[in-house]
Design a protein around this ligand. Structure first.
Ligand SMILES: [Zn+2]
Length: 144
């Protein structure tokens, strides 16, 4: 379905739309980011419509087969980390019936431990490429 510009959308950004229900992603991406990965965003589904993360996993598999991450892919890698983390949190909410905030807190604590970084440093937007790769490798088995 692609992406749209909402009144709440940051200047210069766009909001991806779920290909299934028409819901929008909870955060904006830049227009460049959209164009760089248009194929993925055009088939992207929200976590309610793709609870098993099937589309996300196919996207990650495609990426892996196309070679390793370069520095230019850092923004995309961080975004993938955020998407995977969100999917895992949604799974925890569905499984444990906890709140989204609790799932996120617990998830961050768990991830920080797995990555061996302080909890305060577990901020995806600041992750170097190696941490993004480690996070994806750690989280991917839990996606489905
Ligand atoms: Zn949806």
């Amino acid at each position: 379905m692609g992406a749209c510009i909402l009144p709440s959308t940051l200047c210069g950004g766009i909001s991806p739309i779920c290909n299934s229900c028409g819901g929008v992603l909870g955060w904006d991406i830049s227009n460049d980011e959209y164009l760089a990965d248009k194929e993925f965003w055009d088939e992207w589904c929200c976590k309610e419509c793709d609870p098993s993360g099937k589309i996300l996993k196919a996207h990650l598999a495609r990426k892996q087969s196309s070679g390793s991450f370069s520095a230019a892919d850092l923004a995309k890698a961080r975004r993938d980390v955020a998407l995977v983390f969100e999917a895992l949190c949604a799974k925890k909410v569905a499984k444990d019936g906890c709140s989204a905030q609790d799932a996120e807190d617990a998830g961050k604590e768990w991830l920080a431990e797995q990555l061996d970084v302080p909890l305060e440093a577990c901020i995806f937007d600041l992750f170097p490429i190696q941490l993004c790769e480690s996070t994806l490798n750690i989280c991917k088995p839990f996606l489905g």
